[in-house]
Design a protein around this ligand. Structure first.
Ligand code: ATP
Ligand code: MG
Length: 257
């Protein structure tokens, strides 16, 4: 499992994560909610070893990401899809997906290409293998990003606001793929502003507030009046959702009433 224990992260005098603890066990879909600037992306970056820690510990299946040798192994267990599509613009879609499995995992080219084509077909992009990222829509690019992460056969998938740069239609097509992965038992740590989607797919929801994890609850309890909804900061967060938003079929204003 992914184990985050008392993680502290500072940027200069600014403490961005003030002792965060969190676990993600195999088969779980854990969603991190929180306002902009609360530290969600920083937490993801601490888990995949893109940030050094100022305190605490992160282990992935027991491998300590602060140890450079263990980090290399830990990185093979988890794959990250980022907020902005970071595909290589000069490589085809297929090559974007096959590059790391071939170079990092040293898997045979034929096998990796076959897997990449199957993944592309599974996200409705069978015909785009030879296209370049610049020829794709944002939603298509993000679906390629998901294929690229899955081609590493990760045990854990980390997703940081993968739909925030997409329009509603493209968001829906990417969320449909994530929902399918969740039902197939893919372990995910998921940062999103899509509250209703998080409610549908998550086993647990955690809430980060100014670098502190103030709530960590099973999804039903997160949305219960005497659970997550009893926290003023969570109520404030949900009250900023669009007035037309619904949670479990009820308007947000109603669930906060
Ligand atoms: N490299 C950095 N140097 C200095 N400050 C940083 C750096 N990265 C993040 N921060 C600060 O850390 C805080 C948390 O940032 P983070 O990106 O983790 O927030 P977030 O919860 O992901 O926000 P959003 O919802 O807008 O993506 C912010 O105040 C941000 O300005
Ligand atoms: Mg972020």
């Amino acid at each position: 499992m992914i184990a985050v224990e008392g993680v502290v992260k500072r940027f200069g005098a600014h403490t961005v994560l003030g002792g965060v603890s969190l676990t993600v066990a195999p088969g779980e879909v854990v969603t991190i909610l929180g306002s902009s600037g609360s530290g969600k992306s920083t937490l993801i970056r601490c888990i995949n070893g893109l940030e050094t820690l100022d305190g605490g510990r992160v282990t992935v299946d027991g491998l300590d990401v602060a140890d450079p040798r263990q980090l290399a192994q830990a990185r093979r267990l988890s794959a990250t899809v980022f907020q902005l599509f970071n595909l290589y613009p000069h490589m085809t879609v297929l090559r974007n997906i096959t590059l790391a499995p071939e170079l990092v995992l040293r898997r045979p080219k034929n096998e990796v290409e076959a897997q990449a084509r199957a993944l592309l077909a599974s996200v409705g992009l069978a015909g785009k293998a030879d296209s370049y990222p610049g020829q794709l829509s944002g939603g298509q690019r993000q679906r390629v990003g998901i294929c690229r992460a899955l081609a590493m056969n990760p045990r854990y998938l980390l997703l940081d606001e993968v739909t925030s740069a997409l329009d509603p239609e493209m968001t829906a097509e990417v969320l449909a793929i994530l929902a399918r992965l969740a039902t197939q038992g893919t372990t995910m740590l998921f940062v999103t502003h899509e509250v209703e989607f998080a409610r549908r797919i998550s086993t647990r929801i955690v809430f980060l507030d100014q670098g502190r994890l103030i709530v960590d609850l099973p999804t039903d309890q997160f949305f219960a009046a005497d659970g997550g909804l009893a926290h003023p900061r969570i109520r404030q967060f949900l009250s900023k959702m669009a007035p037309s938003s619904t949670v479990a079929g009820a308007p947000v204003s109603e669930i906060l009433a």
